[in-house]
Design a protein around this ligand. Structure first.
Ligand code: PAF
Length: 282
């Protein structure tokens, strides 16, 4: 695996592959890789012939009181994991390479509506930062296909909308959430949990799954399920930001005949803000 830090080096490598007719698959990450990220590379391997991963902790997607400064950074370990997973090119730029005029003054991409609801309501500007960096990375890497985890379901939905709206010629693939044995979705932010909080954290998946079962059984009392989900999270010791049942296609309010639903939540537990979701097809 080759490691590069400049846009010019990525262009040179990927354009050479494209000249050879090779299909390039891309996995953008913020590093501190865990088996969930490795599963994204494995999904990429099913869709391409050469694999690129980026590691960039994007300042634009963090709010002023969020964990940008403390976000775990483990570049040496990440490089080893990507090489072992069969990645061909790792792009690890610094902030000046991506935002030469500073992140605050950079051109931004706004996906209205979708970016303001659910997590967007509690993290103003977050999805603008995500859409902007993903669009930039797509222009830098020029992949044929890109893989994102379904754990960040709203992020995936925002990216799909942006790609469609801006006619970006990249196929976006969602890969299933990878969970620890007790059901907790893998996340770099799980390491903010104390041992006691970590023991409690899988409740989030249990509560989502219980709601999914009600939906699967044909229950359409969406508002009552949302209230019950919030109450169950509170009773377990979480501080929920939201617990919502939505249409999976665009995160709009569900209707009784919606066949593809998603139950999403974001909840605080100590210093960690955990997000998770479960999809239901009926
Ligand atoms: O999901 C992430 O790790 C980030 O939001 C992403 C997509 C790499 C953009 O910074």
């Amino acid at each position: 695996m080759e490691t590069v830090t400049t846009i010019a080096a990525v262009h040179a490598r990927v354009r050479a592959w494209h000249k050879e007719g090779l299909r390039v698959a891309f996995v953008p990450t913020m590093g501190n890789l865990h088996p969930g990220h490795v599963s994204l590379i494995e999904a990429a391997r099913r869709h391409g012939e050469r694999f690129v991963a980026s590691i960039f902790v994007n300042p634009m997607q963090f709010g002023p009181n969020e964990d940008f400064a403390h976000y775990p950074r483990t570049p040496t370990q990440d490089e080893r994991m990507l090489a072992e997973a069969g990645c061909n090119l790792m792009f690890m730029p610094d902030v000046a390479e991506i935002y030469p005029n500073g992140a605050e003054r950079a051109t931004r991409i706004d996906v209205p509506g979708l970016s303001r609801i659910l997590c967007g309501e509690f993290r103003p500007g977050h999805f603008e930062g995500v859409a902007t960096i993903v669009a930039k990375l797509f222009h830098i890497v020029e992949p044929d296909v890109a893989v994102f985890g379904e754990k960040d379901f709203q992020q995936l939905t925002v990216i799909r909308r942006m790609v469609a709206d801006l006619c970006i010629p990249v196929q976006v693939i969602g890969a299933p959430t990878v969970r620890d044995a007790d059901g907790l979705a893998m996340s770099s932010r799980n390491q903010y949990l104390t041992p006691q909080e970590r023991a409690l954290a899988p409740r989030i998946y249990e509560i989502l799954t219980a709601t999914a079962k009600r939906l699967q059984a044909g229950d359409n009392e969406f508002a009552s399920m949302e209230r019950a989900g919030c109450q169950a999270l509170e009773a377990a010791g979480f501080k929920p930001d939201y617990f919502a049942v939505r249409q999976a296609v665009d995160l709009s309010a569900p209707k009784p005949d919606t066949s593809h639903l998603v139950v999403l939540t974001a909840a605080r537990l100590g210093k960690a803000r955990l997000i998770d979701n479960v999809q239901v097809r009926r």
